[in-house]
Design a protein around this ligand. Structure first.
Ligand SMILES: [Zn+2]
Length: 221
């Protein structure tokens, strides 16, 4: 058996030797802990080589981020973009909305008022509805990076989340259309070992390559 204390709450945790070097979520406080190797066993090269561990601390800390070891802390949390990821559609909708408002204001000074209402009324509704929908969409997902995991929060009214532990990440994929590349937004997809396909995916994120770099600081690369 392996015995160690939780990084955050200090609760004593006892686990089977087979779990050495993996990550364990504390049942008491939820903190993700690295499981040390069992006494008398060969240390697991990556997790417990002091030299390597120090390098890892440096990697995140050097870049000015919270250190990789110790209790789990939040590194950053980002929301989706509203305007940036749909510049053309967004500008068009704002324009349609403004033209409709101007059109409706001019209604009183014309004789053909019914036609103005019939034309600009629905146009205004359309632009307001789409812009609001994009706003709700923006609030419906966010990405949180901690020193140990990346968590995707989903849902506007009801909340759900899924997460990937950094040590288990197999690949971080970024997808950007041409326009998204110009505006520096994109979709980030994370797949982890032991899972087929992409496990966690968020679209319309600002500077996805920067997010990947931050996550990489906490990965055993
Ligand atoms: Zn704990």
């Amino acid at each position: 058996m392996i015995k160690f204390n939780c990084d955050r709450c200090d609760m004593e945790i006892e686990l089977d030797d087979a779990l050495a070097g993996t990550k364990y979520e504390c049942l008491n406080c939820g903190d993700v802990n690295r499981v040390p190797s069992a006494p008398g066993e060969d240390p697991i090269p990556f997790e417990h080589d002091d030299a390597v561990d120090n390098k890892r601390v440096d990697k995140a800390a050097k870049a000015g981020f919270p250190p990789d070891f110790g209790p789990e802390t939040r590194v950053l949390k980002v929301r989706r973009c509203w305007f940036r990821s749909r510049v053309i559609r967004f500008s068009l909708m704002v324009l349609v909305g403004l033209i409709s408002i101007v059109g409706l204001i001019w209604v009183p000074v014309t004789d053909k008022s019914v036609w103005y209402y019939a034309l600009f009324g629905p146009l205004l509704l359309w632009s307001v509805a789409l812009l609001s929908w994009w706003w709700i969409d923006r609030l419906s997902a966010s990405l949180e990076i901690t020193t140990k995991r990346t968590i995707m929060h989903r849902g506007f009214f009801s909340k759900s989340s899924s997460e990937v532990v950094h040590d288990n990440i197999r690949n971080i994929q970024i997808d950007q259309s041409f326009m998204q590349r110009v505006m520096k937004v994109g979709r980030i997809g994370i797949s982890s070992s032991g899972q087929d396909g992409i496990e966690l995916q968020v679209n319309h994120l600002k500077k996805p390559d920067y997010l990947r770099e931050v996550i990489d600081l906490y990965r055993p690369l």
